[in-house]
Design a protein around this ligand. Structure first.
Ligand SMILES: [Zn+2]
Length: 232
């Protein structure tokens, strides 16, 4: 990663997951001049305990919050796929939607959530991680995979590498000491999702980041599982 103009495509299940898992790293990348595109798979319209809040209204609030959070992190573009919350499926439609974004943006790195958490996991998180990996390989790569993408002018693309946030086992640790505050600012733009006061939540996140930071000799860090696919 020496080219300061390279592109990173971040695929998140819900508004707020990418900030929590990779917000400090994303802020670091945008500060370095990298172009970051965020793809939000679901509309987040089930994530509330407020029974008076209609799902359509919640979806609208969550998109607004997501745009505000993306601005804090310096994200260049946010794409809302608007699949219904808690209903992501490993469908042709979802695979096509993610393959389209990969072919369109031709990222140097695709970042998404680790699908491999055992037992209790959010189904949307699993589906997002799994289908993003499938879209990377083989669907974005093969020209016969989705003829409609060729018709749209979107040629096949080989993603060089994938980074998984919230990994079961991390092998890359990124120092976010300088961008931790931005990560928290972005996270708290998702006001409708934040059940705890900022001080409590921030203290916990700091503790977790410091724990990960021990892998790189101190400071605050985020961990990723890195998968290398194609080398140019
Ligand atoms: Zn989520």
């Amino acid at each position: 990663m020496t080219d300061a103009t390279n592109t990173i495509l971040v695929v998140t299940p819900h508004p707020d997951d990418a900030e929590g898992g990779a917000g400090g790293t994303i802020a670091k990348w945008t500060r370095e001049g990298r172009r970051v595109v965020l793809v939000v798979c679901t509309n987040g319209d089930k994530g509330t305990s407020d029974r008076a809040l209609a799902p359509a209204k919640l979806a609208e609030i969550r998109e607004r919050e997501q745009l505000a959070a993306a601005e804090v992190l310096g994200i260049d573009e946010v794409v809302f796929l608007r699949f219904p919350d808690q209903n992501l499926e490993d469908s042709r439609e979802f695979r096509l939607a993610l393959s389209r974004q990969i072919r369109k943006h031709r990222p140097d790195i695709v970042v998404t959530i680790d699908p491999n958490r055992p037992y209790i996991r959010h189904r949307d998180h699993y589906m997002t991680g799994r289908v993003t990996l499938d879209a990377v390989f083989p669907y974005a790569r093969d020209h016969l995979a989705f003829p409609e993408l060729i018709e749209e002018g979107l040629e096949p693309y080989k993603v060089p590498e994938v980074w998984l946030f919230r990994p079961e086992s991390a092998d890359v640790h990124i120092d976010i000491t300088d961008t931790f505050d931005l990560k928290m600012d972005a996270l708290f733009r998702h006001a409708s999702q934040m059940s705890r006061p900022r001080e409590t939540s921030e203290a916990r996140s700091r503790e977790r980041a410091a724990e990960i930071g021990k892998h790189i000799g101190g400071g605050l860090a985020e961990g990723f599982k890195r998968i290398t696919l194609f080398r140019g």
